[in-house]
Write a new protein. Structure first.
Length: 329
């Protein structure tokens, strides 16, 4: 029988909490705001861009005390430091569908399990960033599910870091191919936030639906993947959002709510920058996240994340919706 991940007695480290700013991360995220706006940097941006930057530095310092985790972070840093190929002097002109096929082929060969394309929406661009790429290519990088099941222990953190490293490898491979064709391309991978909020971009590209735990649920991998991207002006064709009825499931599912050690996950959708959606309480989540190398409990326990289960759940939930008219489970 699986042990419970619930830890009702968690008390945040006093050293960490002395760094906590006066402004709530929920406020920065736009919780309760009725008007639509661009997101504001709050975490995983350059630390000097947000009041929570000192907390981010503190979290990274804790990881340095764990040799196996730090080794994986250093490996990721070496990949991130690779120089991009120069942009060819002459543009290769070909139909957009040929470009799409080439991009998908290269991404899968480099290790991507999911590939999607979205036309840039200005509402995805973080405040304080300039961004002029018309296209965003999204990649989903699968994690080791067995290691993820140890969350919030170190093996889970390592598989998350490894997935982000692999995401950079995929993004660089695709970016370099596009640059060889004479078009601009910029790779991007996690955990750094960068100029674009990748979650709505990935949803627009057909990756699935937002789950109650604040992560994407995909019809193939569940939530067992990390995101990477390439920003480009290569002519492409946008994918479309995909309805897998995960929201119907999440409405009644309690698994991640009950597993969260700090009660950061709500059963109710909330208003966030003009959108009514699932939202994870930043101020509750981050202290535990910082002290457990990234936590990952909620995506580990998500029923959709088990290998091979998401396709079956998608089919089941869509059938159920047809029979009941969309009343969920």
């Amino acid at each position: 029988m699986k042990r419970s991940r619930k830890q009702d007695d968690f008390v945040p480290n006093a050293e960490q909490m002395r760094l906590w700013p006066s402004v709530s991360g929920n406020t920065i995220n736009g919780l309760g705001e009725a008007e639509r706006r661009r997101p504001s940097p709050v975490y995983w941006h350059a630390p000097d861009m947000t009041p929570h930057g000192p907390l981010q530095r503190w979290m990274m310092e804790q990881g340095k005390r764990i040799p196996e985790l730090q080794a994986q972070r250093e490996a990721r840093a070496r990949v991130m430091a690779r120089e991009q190929e120069p942009i060819a002097d002459r543009k290769t002109l070909r139909p957009a569908n040929a470009n799409v096929e080439s991009v998908r082929r290269r991404a899968v060969a480099a290790g991507a399990r999911l590939v999607g394309i979205a036309r840039t929406d200005p509402e995805w661009i973080y405040e304080g960033y300039a961004f002029d790429y018309p296209w965003i290519i999204l990649f989903g990088i699968e994690m080791d599910y067995g290691k993820l099941q140890t969350a919030p222990e170190i093996p889970a953190a390592i598989t998350v870091v490894t997935a982000y490293t692999n995401g950079w490898i995929v993004a660089q491979a695709v970016s370099n191919e596009i640059r060889s064709l004479g078009w601009r391309a910029e790779p991007h991978g996690g955990p750094q936030a960068g100029p674009v909020n990748l979650i709505p971009a990935a949803l627009a590209s057909g990756f699935g639906e937002l789950g109650k735990h604040g992560s994407i649920i995909n019809g193939e991998l569940g939530s067992n993947f990390r995101l990477a991207a390439v920003f480009t002006d290569l002519p492409l064709i946008a994918d479309t959002p995909r309805d897998i009825a995960a929201e119907d499931f999440c409405t009644n599912c309690q698994v991640c709510v009950n597993a969260c050690p700090v009660d950061a996950i709500s059963n109710d959708k909330q208003q966030v920058r003009g959108s009514h959606k699932w939202y994870v309480d930043f101020d509750r989540c981050v202290p535990y996240f910082n002290e457990h190398a990234g936590c990952a409990i909620c995506i580990a326990v998500c029923p959709w994340s088990a290998p091979g289960r998401a396709p079956r759940l998608t089919a089941k939930m869509l059938r159920h919706r047809t029979k009941t008219g969309g009343d969920g489970l």
